[in-house]
Design a protein around this ligand. Structure first.
Ligand code: HMG
Ligand code: MG
Length: 302
């Protein structure tokens, strides 16, 4: 217990990972409003959108418009996904603070998600990393399917380490270990993180856990036990990946904050305001938040 971190940073990926999976078009204005509400709740790291092919993910087609519409606040960092140089070139005018390249630990998922092999994806990231660093942007890497793949099944820690090492070697600054389909359980997640930690320092490793099987909160706790203190979370538990059928949202920001508050770990976040932000976007989508904490607190409000 005493070894748990005293402070945790959350990156809300709801505007990107959350909304990318929604069939109904969410307006640019509502996306910008969501970002504003997340800032009101104290978030200082927000993953706003992705510069991917609009044919592959139509919901993110208004990427530049969203980046232009958000009201930027001092001290807040805005990140965007870029799968290749075309995505980077699209993103650069939007002045992100950080770009996110995304690779997979499983070959099959790499093909389905970005239409190329793991090795090809890493090759494509080389000029992206160079251009991003030249422009002064940090580069985060997301490593999908770090504990399981919807096509391959089991993913071994060796496979995680292999790709983590490749990303480190090309200069990716940070590694997000992602359980894309939410099948991870604490020991498996720790094994994947331990392999990432062989190539990245503790402060440059984060957890990105989808909650499909209801394990994400325990996986956050298991990560805290290793000292990991950065997590991607999604407001209202929105999300999923269009190329991972059936995968539901990321662990809800509200649920993680409730856990961390209970553990006395500082986040700088206002839970009530998070619930407001989640209620707003859930209203836009016409359904209640997936976050259990949000639902409990909304019921209490009456
Ligand atoms: P491709 O078809 O192999 O690309 O797709 P291509 O290079 O052959 O180009 C085909 C067409 O796409 C061309 O246009 C390009 O210009 C265009 P056309 O000549 O046919 O008119 N194109 C682009 N357009 C806009 N932005 C770009 C771009 N690149 C090419 N960046 C590609 C390859 C990577 C583009 C495609 O597979 C793609 O966009 N995939 C994105 C899939 C995606 O967004 N998945 C969800 C995000 S990842 C995720 O959610 C996981 C994560 O949360 C962690 C976790 O949970 O695991 C991060
Ligand atoms: Mg994800």
């Amino acid at each position: 217990m005493s070894n748990l971190p005293t402070q945790v940073t959350l990156v809300d990926v709801g505007p990107r990972d959350g909304l990318q999976n929604e069939k109904q078009t969410v307006s640019t204005e509502d996306k910008a409003r969501l970002v504003a509400l997340l800032q009101d709740a104290g978030l200082t790291e927000i993953e706003v959108t992705s510069f991917v092919s609009p044919k592959w993910v139509p919901q993110m087609g208004d990427n530049s418009a969203v980046m232009a519409a958000i009201e930027r606040r001092p001290g807040v960092r805005y990140s965007v996904l870029v799968p290749n140089m075309k995505g980077f070139e699209g993103a650069v005018a939007s002045r992100p603070d950080e770009v996110v390249v995304f690779a997979a630990a499983s070959e099959a998922f790499s093909q389905k998600n970005i239409n190329c092999s793991i090795a090809e994806s890493v090759e494509r990231f080389v000029p992206v990393v160079q251009a991003a660093h030249a422009a002064g942007f940090k580069v985060r890497g997301a490593l999908s399917c770090a504990v399981g793949c919807p096509y391959q099944g089991e993913v071994r820690p060796d496979e995680v380490e292999r790709v983590a090492k490749m990303l480190r070697e090309i200069g990716v600054d940070h590694l997000g270990v992602a359980d894309t389909i939410g099948v991870g359980t604490p020991r498996k997640v720790q094994a994947a993180l331990e392999r990432a930690l062989k190539h990245y320092p503790l402060h440059e490793v984060s957890g990105h856990f989808h909650d499909t099987y209801g394990q994400a909160i325990s996986n956050v706790y298991a990560s805290l036990e290793l000292g990991v203190h950065r997590f991607d979370t999604s407001i209202a538990g929105l999300g999923g990946c269009p190329y991972a059928k059936g995968a539901t949202g990321n662990v809800a920001t509200e649920d993680v904050v409730f856990l961390l508050n209970g553990l006395g770990i500082a986040t700088g976040l206002d839970l009530d305001r998070l619930v407001d932000a989640g209620a707003f976007i859930s209203g836009v989508l016409g359904r209640p938040p997936a976050s259990r904490v949000a639902r409990a607190l909304l019921a209490k409000r009456g």
